[in-house]
Design a protein. Structure first.
Length: 112
């Protein structure tokens, strides 16, 4: 099993969520986060004054999937999150040792 964490632009959420439904990615967790990558924030102007916004609003999508589904799901995220501009986000993939469904006590992939 693998955990996929995708940091995305907030305005891309619905497009990505629909794409994940199409590729049968059923379980999602979505968190509102703030952060920055290489761009280190941005300079904005308001009423003639410039100020730096260092932490930008982002969303984090998390899902745990079977290993054979990782490529299909990451491709769906990339295809629907990519604008070609700085700040499109990142995807992190990590191993999951086990999963347990609390209600039934199913373990491993059966718990997904």
């Amino acid at each position: 099993m693998k955990k996929i964490e995708a940091i995305i632009r907030p305005e891309k959420l619905e497009t990505i969520r629909r794409a994940l439904e199409k590729v049968e990615c059923s379980g999602l967790m979505i968190s509102e986060i703030e952060g920055h990558g290489k761009q280190k924030g941005l300079i904005q102007q308001w009423r003639g004054e410039k100020y730096k916004v260092e932490l930008l609003p982002k969303l984090k999508i998390e899902t745990v999937v079977r290993e054979q589904d990782v490529e299909r799901i990451t491709k769906a995220i990339i295809d629907n999150a990519k604008t070609g501009e700085i700040g499109d986000g990142k995807i992190f993939i990590s191993d999951i040792e086990n999963a347990i469904r609390i209600r039934t006590e199913e373990r491993g992939e059966a718990a997904l």
